[in-house]
Ligand binder design. Structure first.
Ligand code: UGA
Length: 429
């Protein structure tokens, strides 16, 4: 199929490469010319293991992936997938300005198209958005009726950063929310060879499936962090408890790693947006509010442990290992490390940070007096305390921390081995 992908961010780019690798002809459309030029040279605007090699191959060798800032190129395609960002407003609700902008532009171009075209919402949008905003906007700007000349479907993505292409190509499930059956059938056509269960439903339910998935994952993490906080007071290792409960097939083993909490561009933002939307509809979502409150408290906890160990943090040398919100990405959006570093700096600590990939992103948001270490031994040399906030493999060598005070926010180290070599503390174990 000939597919246009709107938005060359993380989701758009991975989606484009994913469909190109399935043999489709893909055009990425983004208004940011710098990103377009990078992609044309086979360079990825986001860092993700293996992504750039694939990109280069499709752009340069196979020739089935191109990038442009020209929306008119939609006319050469049968389907447009909207993958633009939906950031948060200050009240937690989602900001739909990028979505509105792209839908208006698509609508204008589609006013000139004679064949049927399907518009697919892949960005995460709060339930009701397609029905109450996207469809009226598309009809207004195209002058056509949605469900007749233009089809609409919602096909949420469930990729995980760090293994984006892998999770794109092997999804656990495919959700097709369709306004008209023809649109649903076209999404089915490009999805059925993924070999995943397919749920066909209406557009609003499909939008909700995405939020319910991320809200559930966030709840699992806050649940195990709460267990960890209780376990710590009772002298119990929550990781053993997690293993014990994981064999119950109704619970499962995934997303039960207690630690400094969840970050990233999705879980915190989506839970906040769902809270804002449900309040707007007259429901107070107490569980989701607690999920966020527990998460925010975990970051503060790590600073409290440092204070308990070191006393006043004024002029204490502290090394923070790991800034990305999880390993194998350079993404620092909502990463717990950022508020932790800010809190430590406010308390007068002298901070050195290290991250294998996220340093250049972190430089833009961290206070100026933070030092950046190039290598792990150099970053921890001479420090009074080491905090591990992202479980990169290179931090997992207990031998690095001989004689140090270590506060492990991610259970990166083996507690038994670590205790033999250093003054080792877990955030909730
Ligand atoms: C998340 C979802 O997992 C994906 O299914 C979804 O497609 C994606 O959001 C999205 O909406 O686009 P992602 O943000 O890439 O994916 O990251 P996760 O792997 O979910 O990790 C989120 C955070 O939770 C990280 O900070 C991680 O360290 C933390 N986490 C994860 C824990 O603290 N404990 C765990 O057991 C698992």
């Amino acid at each position: 199929m000939r597919i246009s992908i709107i938005g060359a961010g993380y989701v758009g780019l991975t989606t484009a490469i994913g469909f190109a690798s399935k043999g489709h002809r893909v055009i990425i459309i983004d208004t940011d010319n710098d990103k377009v030029n990078l992609i044309r040279r086979g360079k990825s605007p986001v860092w993700e293991e293996g992504l750039e090699v694939k990109l280069l191959d499709f752009v340069s060798n196979q020739g089935n992936l191109e990038a442009t800032s020209d929306y008119q190129k939609i006319l050469d395609t049968e389907m447009s997938l909207i993958c633009v960002g939906t950031p948060s407003n200050s009240d937690g609700s989602i900001n739909l300005s990028n979505i509105e902008d792209s839908v208006k532009k698509i609508g204008k171009v589609l006013s000139k198209k004679t064949d049927y075209h399907v518009v697919v919402m892949r960005s995460t949008i709060i339930p009701g958005t397609t029905k109450h905003l996207i469809i009226p906007l598309l009809e207004e700007h195209s002058g056509k009726k949605v469900g007749e000349a233009i089809g609409i479907a919602v096909n949420p993505e469930f990729m995980q950063e760090g293994k984006a292409l892998q999770t794109f190509l092997k999804p656990d499930r495919v959700i097709i929310g369709e306004y008209d059956q023809r649109a649903g059938n076209m999404v089915l056509e490009i999805s059925q060879d993924f070999g995943a269960p397919i749920v066909r439903t209406d557009v609003t339910t499909a939008e909700m499936v995405k939020y319910a998935s991320n809200a559930f994952l966030a709840t699992k993490i806050s649940f195990i962090n709460e267990m960890g906080n209780i376990c710590q007071r009772l002298g119990i290792d929550v990781y053993t408890v997690a293993r014990g409960i994981s064999y119950d097939y109704r619970i499962g083993e995934r997303f039960l790693n207690a630690g400094v909490g969840f970050g990233g561009s999705c879980l915190p933002k989506d839970v906040r947006a769902l809270i804002a939307s449900s309040k707007k509809h007259g429901y107070q979502p107490q569980l989701l509010e607690s999920v966020l409150a527990i998460n925010e408290a975990q970051a503060k906890k790590i600073v409290e442990i440092a204070e308990r160990k070191l006393g006043s943090l004024l002029n204490k040398k502290i090394t923070v290992l790991g800034l990305a919100f999880k390993p194998n990405t350079d993404d620092i959006r909502n990463a717990p490390a950022i508020p932790v570093v800010n809190m430590l700096v406010e308390k007068g600590a002298l901070i050195t940070v290290h991250d294998p990939k996220a340093i250049s992103n972190a430089r833009q948001v961290l206070p100026e007096n933070v030092s950046f270490g190039n290598r792990v031994p150099e970053a921890i040399n001479g420090s009074d305390c080491v905090l591990i906030l992202t479980e990169w493999d290179e931090y997992r060598d207990e031998g690095l921390y001989q004689g140090k005070t270590v506060i492990d926010g991610r259970r990166a180290l083996d507690p038994q081995k670590a205790r033999e070599l250093c003054d080792y503390h877990g955030i909730c174990w």
